[in-house]
Design a protein around this ligand. Structure first.
Ligand code: ZN
Length: 163
């Protein structure tokens, strides 16, 4: 009887391990709608991979030159630097609300908008994956999301090229 219950425990642990690993594997498949996220940039909102508005999508204000990342649980989630760089803006910037701009060198910069908290300051050196604040709905946002821009020579490019 004791041996039988140990066997059941073992099977239970196996089943649990399988379920957990499929959850982890499943979420990595979902990353950025099946986009390979092993590229140059780190995904700016780890664990929240849904792109709700894409690059060049038509929005009320014209063409969207960024990606919006959002899901039901995203408010207050950590935002991380997509690559090493220097913070060149951290504060309120019009419709962008609480906004961070990071200069990565080689004329490349990234913009993080509508944030809740900002935990870095202008001049800070950041590394890829470092927390820089949290997701919010500041500025002209209808709900909590991260508006993420990738710029080369200050021209907005599709961020999905970089993951
Ligand atoms: Zn946006």
């Amino acid at each position: 009887m004791k041996i039988l219950s140990k066997k059941i425990q073992f099977i239970f642990v196996l089943a649990l391990t399988f379920m957990l690993s499929s959850v982890i594997f499943g979420s990595s498949l979902e990353a950025g709608h099946g986009i390979d996220v092993n590229g140059e940039f780190a995904w700016p909102v780890p664990g929240h991979n849904r792109v709700t508005v894409g690059f060049n999508d038509q929005v009320l204000t014209g063409v969207h030159s960024a990606i919006d990342i959002a899901d039901a649980g995203i408010h207050g989630a950590d935002v991380v630097a997509s690559d090493d760089g220097t913070v060149i803006f951290a504060g309120i910037r019009g419709n962008y609300g609480n906004c961070i701009v990071i200069d990565h060198g080689d004329q490349i910069s990234t913009v993080y908008a509508h944030m809740n908290d900002i935990t870095v300051a202008v001049g800070d050196r950041v590394i890829r994956g470092q927390e820089i604040g949290t997701v919010g709905n500041s500025g002209a946002a209808t709900g909590s999301h991260l508006h993420f821009e990738y710029r080369v020579n200050d021209v907005r490019r599709n961020p999905l090229e970089m993951f």
